[in-house]
Write a protein of this length. Structure first.
Length: 572
């Protein structure tokens, strides 16, 4: 037997999975719920939630920041968009997306404009002008000379053996009947564009799987033989629309589409609606297709020091500076792969791009090595994978250094991260009801929360001690099994537990309520600061259970800096 005094004054690793309980070098916990790990390593009861508005139904939240005075939260619901300025409803708009489609909507903002993309819908542009927002379908620029669109054209794989016989049409010299050598056309080709005979054609009418009627601006000469060298517009109802989007080096970037999942289209410099590659001048549009032994589906594109391309099987980057048609330095750096079940926007954390891996249980940090040449994909949740379960939404609060991940069960996994101070602590947020979505705007974290049959827009508030002004919440932190002098305890007696607290009004230790001076409970008084203790706790042979638990459910502040155990133990 041996006496011990064991003090844990840092909880920097947060809640760790059971397989790490026997490690000596972990400042972790077995349970961390509704508490945050502070920069100094201590624990504090999480902020409460302030209710803003009742929503029409389940929602997805997106931040739209115009300036320090104009921080908007976009609330997407079924075919609808509500816009809030702080806590005030500002405007509502109609959208083309059903609620089931919102999980695959991606977006990119530049100044007062945000462009949304979805593989089954034409891109939508949201613009803030004067005091109103306007939503419109994204338009590719037109050439004044012949009114053709500056849209990219492709030869899709399923059209490689298709030839087109062009014949005149009774409607006039600008019209033609296109007849293919095999079934190819569908009604979705109507209003789509083709490129052949050195001109663009607009499909006006579907006749049969082998025939359509098309129109071109200007007369043409009917060819004597079938055309094999022809292309289709990269985007449209037939071929789908861009899956992902960003702005990079003053180019608008589309990454992947439904029928060309590995394609990357970059607009002309400074002309974000022009995707005409022209003659390959430095400022003209660029098209790249990822080539590898594995089929690549682009999940999202991210503008950082380089243009990062996250696919289902790996992470690519284009490092060219400037990026021009003649200089495209692209390569695959890592082979982790991104989550494909829904769009979970990558977050910028301390200069790195943080994304959720394809299995949904890894949070990876994509960052350059010391030479600035190659990317690594470091695992940010190696100790806490048990907390990541079917991620539904993600956001990062840079002011608080806190990453939020909404889970399918309605709880939220939260990472308190501060690399400079060695803090990388995962825990859980729970509430009465379910978290549905999360977004950060202007340093404030907003959530959509289901409570009973209703869904509400709410925000975390340091002055709130309950959720939505009504619902209390319990907090819990439990220690790891005792290890002392490199040994696992076999038999353990804890004589005394001492918690050092600051500004604390409510605390239970191992189900025993700690008494504080009566004066701390007045509304304007600070909580108690100092040491509180619990004595005579008994002997146990169950040494794989936590040796201590702090918890509480009363709406009072709680901050714990350290836990000290006094007792004796024996080993086998």
């Amino acid at each position: 037997m041996a006496d011990f005094i064991n003090t844990q004054n840092s909880f920097a690793n947060g809640a760790v999975a059971p397989e790490f309980y026997a490690r000596d070098n972990i400042n972790g916990l077995s349970v961390l719920e509704n508490m945050d790990v502070l920069s100094g390593g201590g624990l504090r009861r999480r902020d409460g939630l302030t209710q803003i508005d009742c929503l029409v139904g389940p929602a997805r939240l997106i931040a739209f920041s115009v300036s320090d005075d104009e921080e908007y939260i976009i609330v997407l619901t079924d075919y609808h968009m509500d816009i809030y300025l702080g806590d005030v409803h500002y405007q509502d708009l109609i959208t083309p997306w059903s609620y089931s489609e919102l999980s695959h909507v991606q977006y990119a903002q530049r100044f007062g404009t945000m462009i949304f993309v979805h593989p089954d819908h034409a891109p939508q542009t949201l613009r803030k002008s004067d005091r109103r927002f306007e939503m419109s379908t994204f338009s590719f620029s037109r050439n004044d000379s012949d009114m053709t669109l500056n849209i990219p054209f492709m030869r899709f794989d399923d059209a490689s053996d298709i030839t087109i016989t062009v014949s005149s049409h009774a409607s006039g010299n600008n019209y033609a009947t296109f007849t293919t050598n095999a079934d190819f056309w569908t009604p979705d080709n109507v209003d789509g564009r083709l490129y052949l005979l050195d001109r663009q054609w607009l499909v006006l009418e579907y006749i049969s799987p082998t025939q359509v009627v098309a129109y071109t601006n200007g007369s043409y000469t009917t060819p004597s033989t079938a055309i094999s060298n022809w292309r289709e517009a990269a985007f449209g109802t037939r071929r789908g629309w861009p899956r992902s989007i960003t702005f990079h080096q003053d180019r608008l970037v589309f990454g992947g589409s439904r029928d060309w999942p590995a394609g990357i289209w970059l607009s002309q410099v400074g002309n974000h609606s022009n995707f005409n590659s022209g003659t390959g001048l430095d400022d003209e549009a660029i098209f790249i297709s990822l080539l590898s032994q594995q089929r690549q589906q682009i999940c999202t594109v991210v503008s950082s020091d380089n243009l990062q391309i996250l696919t289902n099987v790996g992470e690519w980057a284009i490092s060219s500076k400037p990026l021009t048609p003649s200089v495209v330095d692209i390569k695959q750096h890592t082979s982790v792969g991104s989550y494909t079940a829904r769009y979970l926007p990558p977050q910028k954390i301390e200069g790195a791009t943080t994304f959720i891996s394809g299995n949904g249980h890894d949070i990876r940090e994509l960052c350059l090595d010391e030479l600035g040449e190659n990317y690594n994909a470091n695992d940010l949740c190696a100790l806490s994978k048990h907390l990541l379960n079917e991620p539904m939404d993600v956001a990062y609060n840079d002011n608080l250094r806190r990453l939020y991940i909404v889970r399918a069960d309605g709880n939220m996994a939260v990472l308190n991260q501060n690399a400079a101070l060695g803090i990388s602590a995962w825990g859980l947020y729970l509430t009465t009801g379910q978290f549905l979505s999360v977004a950060v705007c202007g340093g404030t974290t907003y959530v959509a929360a289901r409570r009973g049959n209703d869904v509400y827009l709410e925000r975390f508030d340091a002055s709130a001690l309950t959720d939505a002004g009504t619902y209390g919440f319990a907090f819990t932190a439990s220690g790891l099994p005792l290890r002392s002098s490199g040994h696992n305890a076999h038999r353990l007696k804890v004589r005394r537990i001492v918690a050092r607290v600051i500004d604390t009004k409510s605390l239970y230790i191992n189900n025993h309520r700690i008494s504080f001076p009566n004066e701390v409970y007045s509304a304007d008084a600070l909580g108690y600061s100092g040491d509180v203790a619990l004595n005579l706790l008994g002997t146990t042979h169950n040494c794989v259970q936590p040796t201590w638990t702090i918890h509480g459910s009363e709406p009072y502040p709680t901050t714990v800096l350290s836990i000290t155990l006094h007792g004796w133990y024996s080993v086998n």
